[in-house]
Design a binder for this molecule. Structure first.
Ligand code: IPM
Ligand code: MG
Length: 368
């Protein structure tokens, strides 16, 4: 059993607390059945922290996040905070957490569960069996590049600036994660940029090529422009195994890939930092979906992406492959047999609430 490990839960805003409540039930079950004995704490983040403390994440919360063995995050933001200053908006907390934890490799698996083939907007034959992994660089690129800002020009008009920037080291470290992941899967990496218009993309392509030749000759590497990759994901997604790309393109392409699986409400993610000498590394787990303010508080949200993020936490932070699989298989059986939340509803299937989805999953776990 895994003991004495600390876990920080940050439910956040919108549907975050609702879906986190269901993930907590799974955590409790893991504790109760003596699979884990985590020290679990919980804190405010995003709009909830702005309301309570005037900032989207407090220094005390940052200290706890940095000390934790793993962080499970919900979602942040909503119209209530649309008018707060840009640098203390709810999303700033998420970006600071990612940056300060140094979690640079964001793993976004897009896997189609058999039971959900018909929930996809693509034809069933295009998505049946789909299993791709997007590795998104998460703490560099245009999200963090300098210079940035909005400046006033002499004529009184304004100019908004952001900068796309990647160094060799930043490209190599995320590249290694992608190649390592590919080795455990289909041994194919597609590297995505816009080398036809951006120097940062050209460097990205050169560094990925050199890295593959030097360290990963057994993995097949291809290159694709980001616009073409979006088109190919919608046309024939099964051609991909691992996609590695920068922060902004990864953000966009992972939403597209998520939708191929039927619902944003299904997809988890894991973000890993570099291991220190003791082999310890920061890790951050969050569903791909956002705070969905339009359905928040109504019991409509699908908690499965949050629960699958917990499964990734067990797998990547604690090497608990068996328990991760237990959860993933329970999700599969729930999808095949139980009712569905609204986002993945199917004709002839009862529509169930967030907590009823939690009930169904717990029942499956009990049966396992
Ligand atoms: C995501 C989200 C975030 C991002 C937002 C909420 C800042 O869209 O995790 O994909 O752009 O990284
Ligand atoms: Mg996004």
């Amino acid at each position: 059993m895994i003991a004495n490990k600390t876990l920080l839960l940050l439910p956040g805003d919108g549907i975050g607390p609702e879906v986190m409540a269901q993930a907590k039930r799974v955590l409790n079950w893991l504790q109760k059945t003596n699979r884990v004995s985590f020290e679990i704490s919980e804190d405010l983040v995003g709009g909830a922290a702005i309301d309570a403390h005037g900032v989207p994440v407090t220094e005390a919360t940052m200290v706890r996040a940095l000390a934790a063995d793993a962080v499970l995050f919900g979602s942040v933001g909503g119209p209530k905070w649309d008018s707060v200053p840009f640098d203390i908006r709810p999303e700033a907390a998420l970006l600071r957490l990612r940056k300060d934890l140094g979690v640079f490799a964001n793993l976004r698996p897009a896997k189609v569960f058999d039971a959900l083939v018909d929930a996809s907007s693509l034809k069933p034959e295009l998505v049946r069996g789909l299993d791709i992994l997007i590795v998104r660089e998460l703490i560099g690129g245009i999200y963090f590049g300098e210079p940035r800002g909005i400046e006033t020009l002499p004529d009184g008009s304004k100019r908004g600036v952001n900068t796309e920037v990647y160094t060799t080291a930043e490209i190599e470290r995320v590249g290694r994660v992608a190649f390592d992941m590919a080795r455990k899967r289909g041994k194919k990496v597609c590297s995505v940029e816009k080398a036809n218009v951006m120097e940062s993309g050209l460097l990205w392509r050169q560094v990925m090529t050199a890295l593959r030749n030097a360290e990963y000759p057994d993995v097949e590497l291809s290159h694709m422009y980001a616009d073409n990759c979006a088109m190919q994901l919608a046309r024939n997604p099964k051609q991909f195994d691992v996609i590695v790309t920068g922060n902004l393109f990864g953000d966009i392409l992972s939403d597209l890939a998520a939708m191929l699986t039927g619902s944003l409400g299904m997809l988890p993610s894991a973000t890993l930092g570099a291991a220190d000498e003791a082999g310890r590394r920061h890790a951050f787990y969050e569903p791909i979906h956002g705070s969905a303010p339009d359905i928040a508080g109504k019991g409509l949200a699908n908690p499965l992406a949050q629960i699958l993020s917990l499964a990734l936490l067990l797998r990547y932070s604690f090497d608990m492959e068996e328990d991760a699989k237990l959860i993933e298989q329970a999700v599969e059986r729930v999808l095949a047999t139980a009712g569905r939340t609204a986002d993945i509803a199917a004709p002839g299937r009862a529509q169930i609430s967030t907590s009823e989805m939690g009930d169904a999953l717990l029942a499956e776990l009990e049966r396992a």
